[in-house]
Design a binder for this molecule. Structure first.
Ligand SMILES: *Cc1c(COP(=O)(O)O)cnc(C)c1O
Length: 368
Protein backbone atom coordinates (compact mmCIF):
# COMPACT_ATOMS: atom_id res chain seq x y z
CA UNK A 1 0.00 0.00 0.00
CA UNK A 2 1.40 3.45 -0.89
CA UNK A 3 2.32 5.79 1.95
CA UNK A 4 -0.69 7.80 3.11
CA UNK A 5 -0.18 11.37 4.26
CA UNK A 6 -2.29 13.70 6.31
CA UNK A 7 -5.09 13.10 8.76
CA UNK A 8 -8.08 10.92 7.90
CA UNK A 9 -10.44 13.92 7.91
CA UNK A 10 -8.43 15.56 5.12
CA UNK A 11 -8.32 12.40 3.02
CA UNK A 12 -12.11 12.17 3.40
CA UNK A 13 -12.67 15.53 1.66
CA UNK A 14 -14.23 15.28 -1.81
CA UNK A 15 -12.45 17.75 -4.13
CA UNK A 16 -14.52 20.84 -5.06
CA UNK A 17 -15.94 20.53 -8.59
CA UNK A 18 -15.65 23.86 -10.33
CA UNK A 19 -17.43 24.81 -13.56
CA UNK A 20 -15.52 23.57 -16.62
CA UNK A 21 -13.29 26.26 -18.14
CA UNK A 22 -14.14 27.33 -21.71
CA UNK A 23 -10.69 26.35 -23.05
CA UNK A 24 -11.06 22.82 -21.67
CA UNK A 25 -14.48 22.29 -23.29
CA UNK A 26 -13.15 23.66 -26.59
CA UNK A 27 -10.27 21.14 -26.52
CA UNK A 28 -12.38 18.19 -25.39
CA UNK A 29 -15.20 18.64 -27.89
CA UNK A 30 -13.27 20.19 -30.77
CA UNK A 31 -15.17 23.48 -30.57
CA UNK A 32 -14.23 27.09 -31.24
CA UNK A 33 -13.74 28.92 -27.93
CA UNK A 34 -15.63 31.96 -29.22
CA UNK A 35 -18.74 29.87 -29.88
CA UNK A 36 -18.92 28.48 -26.34
CA UNK A 37 -21.48 29.75 -23.85
CA UNK A 38 -20.54 29.34 -20.17
CA UNK A 39 -23.43 29.50 -17.72
CA UNK A 40 -21.82 27.34 -15.07
CA UNK A 41 -20.37 29.42 -12.23
CA UNK A 42 -22.91 32.18 -11.52
CA UNK A 43 -20.51 34.76 -12.90
CA UNK A 44 -21.70 38.18 -14.03
CA UNK A 45 -22.42 38.07 -17.78
CA UNK A 46 -21.34 41.72 -18.13
CA UNK A 47 -17.86 40.89 -16.82
CA UNK A 48 -15.72 43.44 -14.98
CA UNK A 49 -17.25 46.93 -14.52
CA UNK A 50 -15.43 49.66 -16.50
CA UNK A 51 -15.01 51.61 -13.26
CA UNK A 52 -13.08 48.69 -11.76
CA UNK A 53 -10.89 48.33 -14.85
CA UNK A 54 -9.86 51.96 -14.57
CA UNK A 55 -9.16 51.64 -10.87
CA UNK A 56 -6.99 48.59 -11.50
CA UNK A 57 -5.07 50.30 -14.30
CA UNK A 58 -4.24 53.11 -11.88
CA UNK A 59 -3.00 50.54 -9.34
CA UNK A 60 -0.67 48.56 -11.62
CA UNK A 61 2.40 50.63 -10.79
CA UNK A 62 1.98 49.83 -7.08
CA UNK A 63 2.10 46.06 -7.52
CA UNK A 64 5.75 45.86 -6.52
CA UNK A 65 4.62 46.49 -2.97
CA UNK A 66 2.53 44.32 -0.68
CA UNK A 67 -1.15 45.18 -0.52
CA UNK A 68 -2.55 47.14 2.43
CA UNK A 69 -2.86 44.30 4.94
CA UNK A 70 -5.76 46.01 6.69
CA UNK A 71 -7.56 47.16 3.54
CA UNK A 72 -7.97 50.64 4.99
CA UNK A 73 -9.55 52.31 1.94
CA UNK A 74 -11.90 49.44 1.09
CA UNK A 75 -13.01 49.08 4.70
CA UNK A 76 -13.63 52.83 4.87
CA UNK A 77 -16.04 52.63 1.92
CA UNK A 78 -17.73 49.49 3.27
CA UNK A 79 -17.99 51.05 6.71
CA UNK A 80 -19.82 54.05 5.27
CA UNK A 81 -22.07 51.91 3.09
CA UNK A 82 -23.13 49.54 5.87
CA UNK A 83 -23.02 51.93 8.81
CA UNK A 84 -20.57 49.91 10.90
CA UNK A 85 -17.14 50.84 12.19
CA UNK A 86 -14.18 49.48 10.12
CA UNK A 87 -13.20 47.13 12.94
CA UNK A 88 -16.50 45.30 12.35
CA UNK A 89 -15.31 44.31 8.86
CA UNK A 90 -13.10 41.40 7.79
CA UNK A 91 -11.86 41.17 4.21
CA UNK A 92 -11.51 37.83 2.46
CA UNK A 93 -9.83 36.43 -0.64
CA UNK A 94 -13.32 35.84 -1.99
CA UNK A 95 -16.04 35.04 0.51
CA UNK A 96 -14.88 31.41 0.33
CA UNK A 97 -11.96 32.67 2.37
CA UNK A 98 -14.36 34.21 4.91
CA UNK A 99 -16.25 30.90 5.21
CA UNK A 100 -13.01 29.03 5.78
CA UNK A 101 -11.52 31.60 8.19
CA UNK A 102 -14.71 31.32 10.25
CA UNK A 103 -14.26 27.56 10.60
CA UNK A 104 -10.61 28.02 11.65
CA UNK A 105 -11.42 30.84 14.07
CA UNK A 106 -14.45 29.36 15.83
CA UNK A 107 -14.31 25.56 15.58
CA UNK A 108 -11.94 22.96 16.94
CA UNK A 109 -11.44 19.43 15.61
CA UNK A 110 -14.16 17.12 16.92
CA UNK A 111 -16.73 19.89 17.49
CA UNK A 112 -19.73 20.14 15.18
CA UNK A 113 -20.91 22.50 12.45
CA UNK A 114 -24.52 22.72 11.24
CA UNK A 115 -25.57 23.37 7.64
CA UNK A 116 -28.36 22.37 5.30
CA UNK A 117 -28.58 19.60 2.75
CA UNK A 118 -28.28 21.15 -0.77
CA UNK A 119 -26.42 24.18 0.57
CA UNK A 120 -23.08 25.55 -0.68
CA UNK A 121 -20.34 22.89 -1.10
CA UNK A 122 -17.74 25.06 0.61
CA UNK A 123 -19.47 24.63 4.02
CA UNK A 124 -18.58 20.94 3.93
CA UNK A 125 -15.01 21.71 2.82
CA UNK A 126 -14.48 24.30 5.56
CA UNK A 127 -15.95 21.97 8.19
CA UNK A 128 -13.91 18.97 7.17
CA UNK A 129 -10.78 21.09 6.77
CA UNK A 130 -10.65 21.70 10.53
CA UNK A 131 -11.55 18.12 11.43
CA UNK A 132 -15.00 19.15 12.66
CA UNK A 133 -18.13 17.00 12.48
CA UNK A 134 -20.78 18.10 9.97
CA UNK A 135 -24.43 18.03 11.04
CA UNK A 136 -26.24 18.13 7.70
CA UNK A 137 -29.92 18.97 8.19
CA UNK A 138 -32.40 17.65 5.58
CA UNK A 139 -33.70 20.41 3.31
CA UNK A 140 -37.34 21.49 3.15
CA UNK A 141 -38.59 22.22 -0.39
CA UNK A 142 -34.93 22.39 -1.51
CA UNK A 143 -34.21 25.17 0.99
CA UNK A 144 -33.13 25.55 4.62
CA UNK A 145 -35.40 24.08 7.29
CA UNK A 146 -34.51 26.53 10.05
CA UNK A 147 -36.67 24.82 12.69
CA UNK A 148 -34.90 21.54 12.07
CA UNK A 149 -31.53 23.32 12.01
CA UNK A 150 -32.20 24.96 15.39
CA UNK A 151 -33.28 21.59 16.79
CA UNK A 152 -30.11 19.91 15.45
CA UNK A 153 -27.70 22.08 17.47
CA UNK A 154 -25.70 19.93 19.87
CA UNK A 155 -23.61 20.77 22.94
CA UNK A 156 -20.44 20.80 20.86
CA UNK A 157 -21.87 22.86 17.96
CA UNK A 158 -19.84 26.04 17.42
CA UNK A 159 -20.82 27.22 13.93
CA UNK A 160 -23.85 27.30 11.61
CA UNK A 161 -23.75 28.19 7.92
CA UNK A 162 -26.84 29.61 6.22
CA UNK A 163 -26.91 30.66 2.55
CA UNK A 164 -29.55 33.22 1.65
CA UNK A 165 -30.33 33.03 -1.24
CA UNK A 166 -29.01 29.48 -1.32
CA UNK A 167 -26.71 28.01 -3.96
CA UNK A 168 -27.33 25.68 -5.85
CA UNK A 169 -31.09 25.74 -5.26
CA UNK A 170 -31.82 29.50 -5.32
CA UNK A 171 -34.22 29.39 -2.37
CA UNK A 172 -34.79 32.43 -0.15
CA UNK A 173 -35.51 32.71 3.58
CA UNK A 174 -37.66 35.65 4.71
CA UNK A 175 -35.97 38.02 7.20
CA UNK A 176 -38.58 37.32 9.89
CA UNK A 177 -37.70 33.62 9.78
CA UNK A 178 -33.98 34.31 10.06
CA UNK A 179 -34.50 36.60 13.04
CA UNK A 180 -36.68 34.03 14.77
CA UNK A 181 -33.88 31.52 14.17
CA UNK A 182 -31.19 33.85 15.54
CA UNK A 183 -33.22 34.22 18.74
CA UNK A 184 -33.15 30.45 19.22
CA UNK A 185 -29.42 29.91 18.64
CA UNK A 186 -27.31 29.69 21.84
CA UNK A 187 -25.09 32.76 22.34
CA UNK A 188 -21.83 30.79 22.01
CA UNK A 189 -22.70 29.40 18.55
CA UNK A 190 -21.57 31.57 15.61
CA UNK A 191 -24.03 31.95 12.72
CA UNK A 192 -22.51 32.73 9.32
CA UNK A 193 -25.17 34.26 7.09
CA UNK A 194 -23.77 33.91 3.57
CA UNK A 195 -25.42 36.47 1.30
CA UNK A 196 -23.42 36.03 -1.90
CA UNK A 197 -26.51 36.79 -4.02
CA UNK A 198 -27.98 39.56 -1.89
CA UNK A 199 -27.65 42.24 -4.58
CA UNK A 200 -29.93 40.23 -6.91
CA UNK A 201 -32.90 40.39 -4.54
CA UNK A 202 -35.82 42.54 -5.66
CA UNK A 203 -36.15 45.77 -3.64
CA UNK A 204 -39.13 44.38 -1.69
CA UNK A 205 -37.00 41.40 -0.55
CA UNK A 206 -33.99 43.50 0.44
CA UNK A 207 -33.30 43.95 4.12
CA UNK A 208 -30.20 45.17 5.91
CA UNK A 209 -28.99 42.04 7.66
CA UNK A 210 -25.75 43.89 8.40
CA UNK A 211 -27.71 45.81 11.06
CA UNK A 212 -28.60 42.57 12.85
CA UNK A 213 -24.97 42.20 13.90
CA UNK A 214 -25.64 44.99 16.45
CA UNK A 215 -28.29 42.86 18.13
CA UNK A 216 -26.64 39.45 17.70
CA UNK A 217 -22.97 39.30 18.80
CA UNK A 218 -22.75 35.75 17.38
CA UNK A 219 -23.83 36.74 13.84
CA UNK A 220 -21.43 37.15 10.94
CA UNK A 221 -22.81 38.39 7.61
CA UNK A 222 -20.77 37.41 4.55
CA UNK A 223 -20.87 39.17 1.17
CA UNK A 224 -18.89 38.94 -2.06
CA UNK A 225 -17.75 40.96 -5.07
CA UNK A 226 -17.78 37.81 -7.23
CA UNK A 227 -21.40 37.84 -8.37
CA UNK A 228 -23.34 41.08 -8.86
CA UNK A 229 -20.13 43.18 -8.85
CA UNK A 230 -18.51 41.10 -11.61
CA UNK A 231 -15.13 40.53 -9.94
CA UNK A 232 -15.04 36.72 -9.49
CA UNK A 233 -11.51 36.36 -10.85
CA UNK A 234 -10.06 38.89 -8.41
CA UNK A 235 -11.24 37.05 -5.29
CA UNK A 236 -12.62 39.57 -2.84
CA UNK A 237 -15.35 39.29 -0.26
CA UNK A 238 -16.02 40.61 3.24
CA UNK A 239 -17.77 39.89 6.50
CA UNK A 240 -19.54 42.14 8.97
CA UNK A 241 -19.64 41.18 12.64
CA UNK A 242 -18.88 42.56 16.07
CA UNK A 243 -15.18 42.97 17.00
CA UNK A 244 -15.27 39.93 19.31
CA UNK A 245 -15.65 37.85 16.14
CA UNK A 246 -13.68 39.97 13.64
CA UNK A 247 -10.71 40.14 16.01
CA UNK A 248 -10.34 36.35 15.91
CA UNK A 249 -10.99 36.23 12.16
CA UNK A 250 -8.21 38.78 11.62
CA UNK A 251 -5.74 36.76 13.68
CA UNK A 252 -6.29 33.61 11.66
CA UNK A 253 -6.49 35.09 8.15
CA UNK A 254 -3.39 35.49 6.00
CA UNK A 255 -2.04 39.03 6.46
CA UNK A 256 -2.21 39.90 2.75
CA UNK A 257 -5.25 37.86 1.76
CA UNK A 258 -6.78 40.53 -0.51
CA UNK A 259 -4.49 41.80 -3.26
CA UNK A 260 -4.06 45.43 -4.31
CA UNK A 261 -5.94 45.14 -7.61
CA UNK A 262 -8.88 43.50 -5.87
CA UNK A 263 -9.03 46.24 -3.21
CA UNK A 264 -9.00 49.00 -5.83
CA UNK A 265 -11.51 47.27 -8.10
CA UNK A 266 -13.90 46.56 -5.22
CA UNK A 267 -13.92 50.21 -4.12
CA UNK A 268 -14.79 51.30 -7.65
CA UNK A 269 -17.47 48.63 -8.09
CA UNK A 270 -19.15 49.57 -4.80
CA UNK A 271 -19.77 53.05 -6.13
CA UNK A 272 -20.98 51.83 -9.55
CA UNK A 273 -24.76 51.94 -9.09
CA UNK A 274 -25.39 51.76 -12.85
CA UNK A 275 -23.49 48.50 -13.18
CA UNK A 276 -25.53 46.89 -10.40
CA UNK A 277 -28.80 48.18 -11.82
CA UNK A 278 -27.98 46.91 -15.31
CA UNK A 279 -27.07 43.50 -13.87
CA UNK A 280 -30.24 43.25 -11.81
CA UNK A 281 -32.46 44.18 -14.78
CA UNK A 282 -30.71 41.66 -17.05
CA UNK A 283 -31.04 39.02 -14.36
CA UNK A 284 -34.78 39.56 -13.89
CA UNK A 285 -35.38 39.42 -17.65
CA UNK A 286 -33.20 36.31 -18.06
CA UNK A 287 -35.01 34.60 -15.22
CA UNK A 288 -38.36 35.12 -16.98
CA UNK A 289 -36.79 33.87 -20.25
CA UNK A 290 -35.70 30.66 -18.48
CA UNK A 291 -38.80 29.87 -16.46
CA UNK A 292 -41.20 30.55 -19.34
CA UNK A 293 -39.23 28.07 -21.46
CA UNK A 294 -39.05 25.52 -18.62
CA UNK A 295 -42.83 25.77 -18.13
CA UNK A 296 -43.38 25.26 -21.85
CA UNK A 297 -41.05 22.24 -21.83
CA UNK A 298 -42.84 20.84 -18.77
CA UNK A 299 -39.65 20.96 -16.69
CA UNK A 300 -39.80 21.37 -12.93
CA UNK A 301 -37.59 24.17 -11.54
CA UNK A 302 -36.98 25.66 -8.12
CA UNK A 303 -38.07 29.33 -8.03
CA UNK A 304 -34.78 31.22 -7.71
CA UNK A 305 -33.77 34.44 -5.97
CA UNK A 306 -30.19 34.35 -7.29
CA UNK A 307 -28.59 34.67 -10.73
CA UNK A 308 -29.13 31.01 -11.64
CA UNK A 309 -31.92 28.44 -11.83
CA UNK A 310 -32.02 24.79 -10.78
CA UNK A 311 -34.03 22.74 -13.27
CA UNK A 312 -34.98 19.05 -13.29
CA UNK A 313 -34.05 17.64 -16.70
CA UNK A 314 -35.26 14.06 -16.17
CA UNK A 315 -36.67 11.61 -13.66
CA UNK A 316 -33.80 9.11 -13.69
CA UNK A 317 -30.54 9.59 -11.82
CA UNK A 318 -28.46 9.76 -14.99
CA UNK A 319 -30.53 12.63 -16.43
CA UNK A 320 -28.30 15.46 -15.19
CA UNK A 321 -25.09 13.90 -16.52
CA UNK A 322 -26.73 12.87 -19.81
CA UNK A 323 -28.26 16.26 -20.63
CA UNK A 324 -25.09 18.00 -19.43
CA UNK A 325 -23.02 15.99 -21.93
CA UNK A 326 -25.48 16.73 -24.74
CA UNK A 327 -25.21 20.45 -23.89
CA UNK A 328 -21.38 20.34 -23.76
CA UNK A 329 -21.30 18.82 -27.24
CA UNK A 330 -23.24 21.87 -28.42
CA UNK A 331 -20.80 24.21 -26.67
CA UNK A 332 -22.98 25.09 -23.69
CA UNK A 333 -21.43 24.73 -20.23
CA UNK A 334 -23.84 24.50 -17.28
CA UNK A 335 -23.40 22.94 -13.85
CA UNK A 336 -24.35 19.33 -13.08
CA UNK A 337 -25.21 19.03 -9.38
CA UNK A 338 -24.94 15.29 -8.78
CA UNK A 339 -22.23 16.08 -6.20
CA UNK A 340 -24.92 17.96 -4.25
CA UNK A 341 -27.18 14.88 -4.31
CA UNK A 342 -29.27 16.31 -7.15
CA UNK A 343 -28.45 13.99 -10.09
CA UNK A 344 -31.69 14.75 -11.96
CA UNK A 345 -31.03 18.48 -12.00
CA UNK A 346 -28.81 21.06 -13.67
CA UNK A 347 -27.97 24.55 -12.43
CA UNK A 348 -27.86 27.22 -15.11
CA UNK A 349 -26.48 30.70 -14.51
CA UNK A 350 -28.46 33.53 -16.06
CA UNK A 351 -26.49 35.08 -18.92
CA UNK A 352 -27.09 37.71 -21.56
CA UNK A 353 -30.33 37.27 -23.58
CA UNK A 354 -28.37 35.79 -26.50
CA UNK A 355 -26.56 33.30 -24.25
CA UNK A 356 -29.81 32.29 -22.57
CA UNK A 357 -31.42 31.71 -25.98
CA UNK A 358 -28.47 29.57 -27.14
CA UNK A 359 -28.73 27.49 -23.97
CA UNK A 360 -32.50 27.02 -24.38
CA UNK A 361 -32.10 25.96 -28.03
CA UNK A 362 -29.39 23.48 -27.02
CA UNK A 363 -31.57 22.20 -24.16
CA UNK A 364 -34.51 21.59 -26.53
CA UNK A 365 -32.22 19.53 -28.77
CA UNK A 366 -30.73 17.67 -25.82
CA UNK A 367 -34.17 16.71 -24.51
CA UNK A 368 -35.50 15.64 -27.92
C1 LIG B 1 -20.54 32.13 -5.27
C2 LIG B 1 -20.80 31.94 -3.82
C3 LIG B 1 -19.97 32.53 -2.89
C4 LIG B 1 -18.90 33.46 -3.31
O1 LIG B 1 -17.69 32.91 -3.40
P1 LIG B 1 -16.43 33.87 -3.59
O2 LIG B 1 -15.38 33.14 -2.87
O3 LIG B 1 -16.76 35.18 -2.96
O4 LIG B 1 -16.20 33.98 -5.05
C5 LIG B 1 -20.25 32.36 -1.54
N1 LIG B 1 -21.32 31.68 -1.14
C6 LIG B 1 -22.15 31.12 -2.02
C7 LIG B 1 -23.36 30.42 -1.52
C8 LIG B 1 -21.91 31.23 -3.38
O5 LIG B 1 -22.73 30.65 -4.25
Amino acid sequence: MPQQFGPEYVRAIAPYQAGKPIAEVAREFGLDEASIVKLASNENPFGVPESSKQAMAATLSELGRYPDANGFALKAVLSKRYGVSPDWITLGNGSNDILEIAAHAFVQGGQSVVYSQYSFAVYALATQGVGARPIVVPAKAYGHDLDAMAASIEDDTRLIYIANPNNPTGTFIAPSEIEAFLKRVPAHVVVVLDEAYNEYLAPEQQFESSQWVRTYPNLLVSRTFSKAYGLAGLRVGFAIAQPALTDLMNRIRQPFNVNSLAQAAAIAALGDKDFLAQGAANNAAGYRQFVEAFAELGLEYVPSFGNFVLVRVGMDDSAGARINLALLKQGVIVRPVGNYGLPQWLRISIGLPRENALFLAALRKALA
